[in-house]
Design a protein around this ligand. Structure first.
Ligand code: PLP
Length: 388
């Protein structure tokens, strides 16, 4: 075992400002959804370019909730198919099943590790209604091609941007692209965090209206508004069996300050990625794909793939790193290997050769803002000892 303290795979960076804002919320008497959640939504729109963008931001208690609300508002239901990548977390796909629609999983492009647009196009049937790309690890998927496919086939696009704050495509932030909706995650290990939380972003005013109603029990005051100038504060109507997906002001208090630090956090993550790139030279490893010149990579993950001539299999490398006091992980066990998805759709690894091979040979190294330069060096040195 290592004498050094354990280096976790991920840690949130929560500062004194976040803590003071949470305390202020607790003292305010308003701890559920209220003024801070509304401020967080407005700040998020500002971050993406301001009200002039026409964007609506809807704060939710998880990205899973946001994906569910987006697909519900787009009318996805039984008999429909939604195409997404097998190389993701189950949340991306499970929301499709909540709605009674079917998931069509496709392989990744090994150059980006994101959904392969050619595989998407090949998977389209008369039942296909939507595409859900995942910006794996913080590198944007090939959105120009995916949006073109969607336009030609009349499909909706909902981006799973859980890893992608702040990543860019054509110089534009993910969240401002021409998709129908984009969903960010503020889970504990994501690039900014509210503990649990997410943000649904859309330019579609009708989608936004529906998502706001369904976020809180299907409750609406709009019907009353139409007939009366003054709505009593106690009045509401239930227009649908909605969900309980609202973000608390306690969580939004964290988000307000985390969002202000998003660019600085990204710069630190990018610096760590650059340092890994230098320090891991000469090892039997394939390093993760870089963003194209001029684009921003959010660097949520730093997955390294063992070369065929690596001296140890992936699981042994992870075990040796843990023995050296270094946490690492695997992103992801592809959905086609998970019993539910495999059995429901009769999936076999041969249908997803790129994802399968990547999964078998890859581990994710720690990459987070609280890592010091010495921590990064320690990970690299351990890998040199293990693989050199
Ligand atoms: C974390 C994650 C989610 C779910 O985010 P929550 O906020 O935990 O619901 C969805 N998709 C991907 C790719 C994720 O990594």
């Amino acid at each position: 075992m290592s004498a050094e303290p354990f280096l976790p795979f991920a840690l949130p960076e929560i500062g004194e400002e976040e803590i003071a804002e949470v305390v202020d919320t607790l003292r305010s008497g308003w701890i559920t959804t209220g003024p801070k959640a509304r401020r967080f939504e407005a700040a998020f729109v500002d971050y993406l370019g301001g009200p002039g963008t026409g964007l609506h931001a809807i704060a939710v208690n998880s990205a899973t909730a946001g994906l569910h609300l987006a697909l519900e508002a787009l009318g996805i239901g039984p008999g429909d198919e939604v195409v997404t990548t097998t190389h993701t977390f189950t949340a991306t796909a499970e929301v499709v099943r909540y709605l009674g629609a079917d998931v069509v999983l496709v392989d990744i492009d090994p150059a980006t590790l994101c959904i392969d647009p050619a595989a998407v196009e090949a998977a389209i049937t008369p039942r296909t209604k939507a595409i859900v790309p995942v910006h794996y690890g913080g590198l944007a998927a090939d959105m120009p091609r995916l949006l073109d496919i969607a336009a030609r086939h009349g499909l909706k696009v909902v981006e799973d941007a859980a890893h992608a704050l702040p990543a860019t495509v054509g110089g534009a932030l993910v969240g401002t692209l021409a998709s129908d909706a984009t969903v960010f995650s503020f889970y504990a290990n994501k690039t900014i965090t509210t503990g649990e939380g997410g943000m649904l972003v859309t330019r579609d005013a009708e989608l936004a209206r529906r998502a706001r109603v369904m976020r809180l029990h299907g409750m609406s005051r709009d019907a009353f508004d139409r007939f009366t100038a003054k709505v009593p504060s106690w009045y509401y109507e239930i227009v649908a069996p909605g969900f309980k997906y609202n973000l608390t002001d306690i969580a939004a208090a964290l988000g307000l300050h985390q969002l202000r630090r998003a660019d600085a956090f990204q710069q630190r993550r990018a610096a760590i990625a650059r340092r890994y790139g230098e320090l891991l030279q000469g090892l039997p490893l394939r390093l993760p794909p870089q963003a194209p010149p001029g684009e921003r990579h959010a660097w949520h993950l730093y997955p390294v793939r063992l070369a065929d001539d690596a001296p140890l299999p992936r699981d042994a490398v992870i075990e040796r790193l843990f023995e050296a006091g270094i946490g690492c992980s695997v992103h992801y066990i592809p959905l086609h290997l998970q019993p539910y998805w495999r059995d429901r759709y009769g999936l076999v690894p041969e249908q997803f050769p790129h994802s399968q091979r990547f999964y078998e040979r890859t581990l994710s190294l720690p990459i987070y803002t609280r890592m010091s330069d010495a921590d990064v060096q320690r990970v690299a040195q351990a890998l040199h000892r293990i693989l050199g």
